[in-house]
Ligand binder design. Structure first.
Ligand SMILES: Cc1cc2nc3c(=O)[nH]c(=O)nc-3n(C[C@H](O)[C@H](O)[C@H](O)COP(=O)(O)O)c2cc1C
Length: 130
């Protein structure tokens, strides 16, 4: 059974290099665990979509929740999925445009088409917040 988790967390003073390190770790670990997804960082908060077999994603969620580089992990959505929305991404970094006006357009281009519309809306809403 495939599961998809969407969560947000807080990391107000995290240096860029730490975000790069998290993405490198994800690229190294996630394929072996059958985990795919995407990660947004707006300079203050993370939003991450994780998908994979329920046991593997739940384990990774426990590891991530205990990671001292962020806090306040809050799961926005958890659902069973028939297919992955991000089958080709060990962990895609989704950049957020500087200008709030262009964020929505950029996200519409960057987010996978196969995302459930409700999940897509949650991600776009997060990204257009300051
Ligand atoms: C916001 C955030 C997202 C993370 N996402 C992943 C991830 O997708 N995959 C992963 O292996 N580790 C991720 N991590 C890192 C884990 O918390 C943990 O440091 C890492 O899995 C340890 O891997 P290692 O034992 O190979 O060093 C993330 C950490 C943070 C703060």
């Amino acid at each position: 059974m495939l599961s998809q988790y969407l969560y947000i967390s807080t990391a107000p003073t995290l240096p860029r290099e730490d975000v790069d390190a998290i993405l490198s770790t994800s690229a190294r670990n996630n394929p072996a665990q059958g985990i795919t997804g995407l990660l947004l960082f707006n300079g203050r908060n993370f939003l991450q979509l994780l998908e994979g077999e329920e046991g593997a994603v739940a384990n990774l969620m426990d590891t991530i929740t205990a990671d001292p580089r962020h806090s306040g992990v809050s799961v926005l959505d958890k659902r069973g999925i028939a297919q992955r929305a991000c089958p080709d991404w060990a962990m895609k970094r989704v950049l957020i445009a500087e200008s709030i006006e262009s964020r929505r357009d950029m996200l519409e281009r960057e987010l996978p088409e196969s995302l459930d519309p409700e999940v897509r809306k949650m991600i776009v809403n997060f990204a257009v917040l300051n």
